[in-house]
Design a protein around this ligand. Structure first.
Ligand code: M1P
Length: 244
């Protein structure tokens, strides 16, 4: 009998971007998750995710992969963490883009956040208040600036890749150290025959869920779903054929 494993992205899938999880949805999700093998897979770090989901929610899942799979926690304990080694001038090249590559002017900082196994890079800055986040997000949709950054870094450093996970930033990691790496860990835990089902909101090229969706696409018995809100995720777990 093959284990069925459910993987869920967090921002845009279980919560609105960088918001706390809706209480009613949290109850419904946990009741559904309790008898199942459920893991969370986020581009964000554990501190931000704890602010959104709370420890009690996280602890009722089998585990959580943060920083795009570069860190893994289970039962409140860190199980592994990938290290990041940056080439000389890497940070300087990000700073150059901040000074000369963007036409966006209102910046709050910090722009470069070093996390285990990856870097988060934000032109507007992580301290931007909600109104400024929204303004940048709207502007980015018009100008496609983050798509430009997705190309800029690998052009300079082909051994790195960049993806878009949230509203105001990009995630940068060594090529291949993206969410798709979670499959290897799941197979170690549940066997190479496990049926993996993934739900995410960024399953298009350049999105941080894309590498994982693509890997599952090539695996027999595995599925992925695109959602655009936690309400759509709720509909899936309540009515989706593979979620019964
Ligand atoms: O989890 C999705 C993303 O959430 C944040 O994105 P942003 O601040 O751009 O909305 C970041 O933590 C990012 O790393 C993460 O992928």
């Amino acid at each position: 009998m093959r284990d069925r494993i459910y993987l869920f992205d967090v921002d845009g899938t279980l919560t609105s971007p960088l918001s706390e999880i809706d209480e009613e949805f949290a109850d419904i999700f946990l009741n559904w998750a309790r008898p199942r093998n459920v893991y969370l897979v986020t581009g964000s770090d554990i501190i931000k995710t704890q602010q959104q989901l709370f420890d009690s929610f996280i602890d009722q899942c089998k585990g959580i992969f943060t920083c795009s799979g570069n860190v893994f926690y289970s039962k409140g304990r860190k199980v592994f963490e990938n290290k990041l080694r940056l080439p000389d001038n890497f940070i300087k090249d990000l700073e150059l883009y901040l000074e000369q590559g963007t036409t966006w002017r209102t910046k709050m900082g910090p722009h470069i956040e070093l996390r285990p196994g990856m870097i988060n890079f934000s032109i507007v800055g992580r301290d931007a208040p909600p109104s400024l986040r929204e303004a940048y997000y709207k502007w980015d949709q018009e100008t496609q600036e983050r798509e430009d950054i997705v190309d800029y870094i690998p052009n300079l450093y082909p051994e790195f890749e960049v993806s878009i996970g949230g509203q105001i930033s990009v995630d940068i990691y060594p090529a291949g150290k993206n969410k798709a790496q979670v499959v290897d860990k799941i197979q170690q835990l549940h066997g190479t025959n496990a049926n993996i089902v993934f739900v995410g909101d960024r399953n298009t090229p350049g999105g941080n869920d894309w590498p994982l969706a693509q890997r599952l696409e090539a695996m027999e018995g595995c599925e992925w779903y695109q959602v655009s809100s936690y309400e759509e995720t709720r509909a899936l777990i309540e009515h989706g054929e593979l979620f019964i």
